[in-house]
Design a protein around this ligand. Structure first.
Ligand code: S3P
Length: 167
């Protein structure tokens, strides 16, 4: 369907985008689209396997297509992979959409994702990689955001409750 998502959820790995977006979608009776899952479905492989077997550029091209397609889905709650907003066509396409930035610091991100090697970009020196990546991405996340929710030290319920007051 051609239309506009209800909200697009962005933020770094480990912030809980998929979990929060799923809960917001459920509470509002809206459909969830998660672009990491969409890429995996279309490619028939996990993102880790795509990075290993094809490389990051291939993954980003697939991610770009998935996000641009998903941005035409009407009324959905759309969760993007952490790096998607940095893809220039995606950055441009996000302008004009309602964007919710879920923010977090390294301490909480580390607790939540445990740096378990399932995220290819964080498989080497995960703690420092997360910090360096977040520093580089933060200006883009902030400039795209209509709403920012700080998730540090808060559970999913508290984050979802605040998000729902903003949307
Ligand atoms: C990535 C984040 C991942 C996934 C891929 C690349 C990134 O999504 O898209 O591993 O560049 O930060 P999450 O943010 O859901 O972990």
């Amino acid at each position: 369907m051609s239309g506009v998502p209800f909200v697009v959820v962005i933020g770094p790995p480990g912030v809980g985008k998929s979990t929060v977006a799923a809960e917001v979608a459920a509470r509002l009776g809206r459909r969830l689209v998660d672009t990491d899952a969409l890429v995996e479905e279309r490619e028939g492989r996990t993102i880790s396997d795509l990075f290993v077997e094809e490389g990051e550029d291939y993954f980003r091209a697939a991610e770009r297509r998935a996000v641009l397609d998903a941005l035409r889905e009407d009324g959905v709650v759309l969760a993007l992979g952490g790096g998607a907003p940095m893809i220039p066509d995606v950055t441009a396409a996000l302008e004009g959409h309602r964007v919710l930035f879920l923010d977090v610091g390294i301490a909480d991100a580390a607790k939540r994702i445990g740096f378990d090697k399932s995220r290819p970009l964080l498989s080497v020196n995960p703690r420092q990689s997360w910090i360096t990546t977040m520093e580089a991405r933060r200006p883009t996340y902030e400039s795209l955001a209509d709403h920012r929710v700080d998730t540090a030290g808060r559970d999913v319920e508290a984050v979802v409750a605040e998000a729902l007051t903003l949307l």
